[in-house]
Design a protein around this ligand. Structure first.
Ligand code: ADP
Ligand code: MG
Length: 216
């Protein structure tokens, strides 16, 4: 299997599978670990927050089945905002809604267009939460993922390279001191733990790569 994506466009079905099936399954499988990470430097709810959110996303996408990529992302983002308690709900909701808005109402988008839209989404998350890379948040996984997608490559943006970059970014949060969100209240004591949000972001990008590879 390869994730060379330049030769294919992504339709609404692709995005429904990514968020409603593959990412939702990954969140189910990782919920305990995400909550455990959040119990070390937060309030032990990140896994259950996302589980609730992605169950709602799955249900809504099955019911409504939006027919454009943009509409899928906007609807999923809206669900996350209204069902995920905590800081991560509005942040992930903004990520998906802003990315969806940037895609407009095209029935299919190229991986390059998706990359550009995701950049807009990540910028919106940075504006909303005020976090920069190195602050020990989801941005530490999302930013390198978008950068990997933006890197010039003959075969076009590689979702697998993005997933690997996000994973490295999440691992690299361990020695960092949290400067945003609940973990920042711990100051120095946040050092030595992997950030739950960066971990779930890496999971979502890995689900994107898995979805692209399964479609080939
Ligand atoms: P809460 O902290 O409200 O309990 P969650 O546990 O669901 O919410 O999510 C915590 C995660 O949210 C953190 O691990 C971090 O990655 C992310 N996060 C928190 N605040 C911010 C922020 N200002 N900017 C970006 N991400 C943030
Ligand atoms: Mg929490």
């Amino acid at each position: 299997m390869t994730d060379e994506t330049s030769d294919r466009t992504l339709d609404a079905g692709f995005f429904r599978r990514w968020l409603g099936v593959v990412a939702a399954d990954a969140v189910e499988g990782a919920a305990d670990r995400l909550t455990e990470l959040d119990s070390a430097i937060g309030d032990a709810d990140h896994g259950s927050n996302l589980q609730r959110g992605f169950r709602a996303v799955t249900a809504t996408l099955e019911q409504d089945a939006p027919t454009s990529p943009g509409a899928v992302l906007i609807l999923a983002g809206r669900q996350l905002i209204s069902t995920v308690g905590g800081a991560s709900g509005p942040l992930y909701g903004t990520l998906l809604r802003r990315t969806g808005k940037a895609l407009g109402d095209a029935a299919e988008v190229t991986p390059e267009q998706f990359t550009e839209a995701l950049r807009a989404g990540v910028t919106a998350v940075r504006q909303l939460g005020g976090a920069a890379p190195g602050d020990k948040t989801m941005i530490d996984a999302l930013e390198p993922a978008v950068e990997a997608l933006e890197a010039p490559a003959p075969a076009g943006p590689s979702f697998r390279a993005a997933a690997e970059a996000a994973d490295r970014g999440a691992l690299a949060t361990v020695p960092l001191r949290a400067r945003k969100g609940r973990a920042s209240y711990l100051g120095e004591r946040s050092i030595g733990h992997q950030d739950p949000g960066a971990t779930s972001s890496a999971l979502l990008i890995a689900a994107l790569a898995d979805t692209a590879e399964a479609a080939r």
